[in-house]
Design a protein around this ligand. Structure first.
Ligand SMILES: Nc1nc2c(ncn2[C@@H]2O[C@H](COP(=O)(O)OP(=O)(O)OP(=O)(O)O)[C@@H](O)[C@H]2O)c(=O)[nH]1
Ligand SMILES: [Mg+2]
Length: 476
């Protein structure tokens, strides 16, 4: 059954025709105006002069010609146009695309003509919303489109693609199928209570629930946390006293001379943030002002900012200078970080190993207890791979995030619904265990089914849908 058949609260999306510029603003090689709805073909006929005049345009074929203003007959731009006949289109409606030169002025003029012929401007995400409302894709696949557009790393892109292919939808459907079987058996028991004993093998049903509903639900939930990391990334804040090489480390990680590096302590005043990609995970690296006692106002402000960054850190890189003995400032800084953020993962990074003659690493072990230590040289690049591995492992808890095991990564909305479904499943299992009446257990089963229906968008309310689609850009 399609999503649209269940989704009764929304008015028929196909009654009007929408149009938008589908390519980003600014100059480009090609720009595309996209139209969807019952008027699409008629609008194209009015505006398009094909090079070889013909009565009808075959579906899904590009035709060369000109767009002209129908009131003046003046040609506007040389284009390729395509008419895709419903229902084999993005929205399942008639769709027209006009590929013109990528001038924003030309695009706006063509869009103006299209609107004058009876289309209305599309809202953000409205094409994809129609694809959903018309039942071509479920809600998880619509959300995957947005994720794909926003993916910052290859790993995030893989997740989006898998979800767009229906991976999450399929997992949810399988859990649902198992639930429906259990419920069907229960219903027989409800309808013929006198046969209760023969029909209802509560232990078998409970085991089926556990293995085919609870375990897969928990598996999906486990993927949600990893998915969040892969999509949004983590913030790693570099802290340390002045001159230990914080800005040098940022530059080395970026493979670019982004921050100023000088032998003068107190070089960095403001915080500097850049994204790097560690094994497909986006990491926001924050370089900060070296922390020390100072009377200089600007430096003081920088130090305040550095400390404030601690609050949003998913990971702290405490940088130390291996060419000098450990100082009281190093120890104080460590103590104050741990006081403010006792649970945040922290890596001790011992920099300048290239000039650390006769260094005694054991002194660090006694000063910082069990914290993990990585030795690097921001100047030579030595140890940077090890540091990246350590960051990745500390944040994700494992080193194989890209394994197929996380091909499914539910977002926050899915996560909430999965959590509720899991709770209801545990209750249903309890019910079977304690021999509760079949109709009571059936209530819990229905609750699981409802939460799953919410994930794929069968029962999602209009305001949630609006919220989801409003995050898209116009023309998508
Ligand atoms: N030999 C050596 N020198 C380094 C290394 N990393 C940084 N330096 C030098 O140490 C000095 C300070 O480096 P910065 O990166 O500016 O240090 P910082 O921690 O950002 O300093 P502030 O911004 O002042 O807090 C510069 O002269 C760097 O060239 C390293 O791995 N080896
Ligand atoms: Mg610096």
């Amino acid at each position: 059954m399609s999503a649209a058949t269940h989704h009764t609260a929304t008015t028929d999306p196909g009654e009007d025709t929408i149009a938008a510029i589908a390519t980003p603003p600014g100059a480009g090689g090609i720009g595309i105006v996209r139209i969807s709805g019952p008027l699409a073909a008629a609008i194209l006929t009015r505006l398009f002069r094909p090079r070889h005049p013909r009565k009808t345009l075959a579906s899904h074929r590009l035709y060369y010609g000109w767009i002209a203003d129908p009131s003046s007959g003046l040609p506007l731009d040389e284009v390729l146009a395509v008419h895709m006949h419903a229902p084999h289109t993005y929205t399942r409606e008639d769709v027209v695309e006009i590929h013109c030169h990528g001038s924003y002025l030309v695009l706006q003029k063509i869009l103006g003509l299209v609107l004058a012929e009876g289309a209305r401007p599309a809202q953000a995400g409205e094409f994809t919303k129609r694809a959903f409302l018309n039942g071509r894709i479920d809600l998880t696949r619509a959300e995957a489109v947005l994720e794909l557009l926003e993916a910052r790393t290859t790993a995030a892109l893989h997740l989006a693609t898998a979800q767009l292919q229906g991976r999450l939808f399929q997992e949810v459907s399988e859990i649902r199928a198992a639930l429906l079987t259990v419920r069907a058996i229960l219903e027989v028991a409800i309808d013929f209570p006198e046969d209760d004993v023969e029909i209802l093998d509560a232990t078998a049903l409970r085991e089926k629930l556990a293995s085919e509903v609870r375990v897969p639900l928990a598996g999906l939930l486990a993927g949600a946390d990893r998915g969040k990391i892969l999509r949004q990334g983590v913030a790693a804040v570099i802290l340390g006293r002045p001159n230990v090489g914080k800005s040098s480390l940022l530059n080395t990680l970026l493979r670019e001379e982004r921050a100023l590096v000088t032998p003068v302590p107190g070089t960095t005043r403001d915080t500097i943030e850049e994204y790097i990609d560690i094994k497909g995970m986006p990491v926001r690296i924050v370089d900060t002002a070296g922390i020390r006692e100072t009377r200089e106002t600007v430096e003081e402000m920088g130090i305040k900012r550095a400390r404030a960054k601690l609050a949003e850190a998913d990971l702290v890189l405490l940088l130390l200078d291996a060419s000098e003995p450990l100082t009281a400032e190093d120890r104080q800084l460590y103590a104050s970080i741990r006081e403010q953020n006792p649970a945040t993962p922290l890596l001790l990074v011992l920099n300048k190993m290239d000039i650390a003659a006769g260094l005694d690493i054991t002194s660090y072990a006694s000063a910082f207890g069990a914290e993990k230590l990585v030795c690097i040289s921001a100047r030579s690049g030595e140890g940077i791979d090890t540091l990246e591995d350590a960051i990745f492992e500390l944040v994700t808890g494992r080193s194989d995030l890209q394994e197929p095991a996380v091909a499914c990564a539910p977002n926050l909305r899915h996560q909430a619904a999965l959590g509720k479904a899991l709770t209801a499943c545990l209750q249903a299992e309890e019910g079977f265990l304690h021999g509760l009446p079949a109709d009571l257990v059936a209530v819990d089963l229905q609750a699981i089914l409802d939460h799953l229906a919410d994930i794929i968008g069968e029962t999602t309310t209009d305001d949630i849908l609006d919220l989801i689609f409003s995050q898209f850009c116009i023309g998508k």
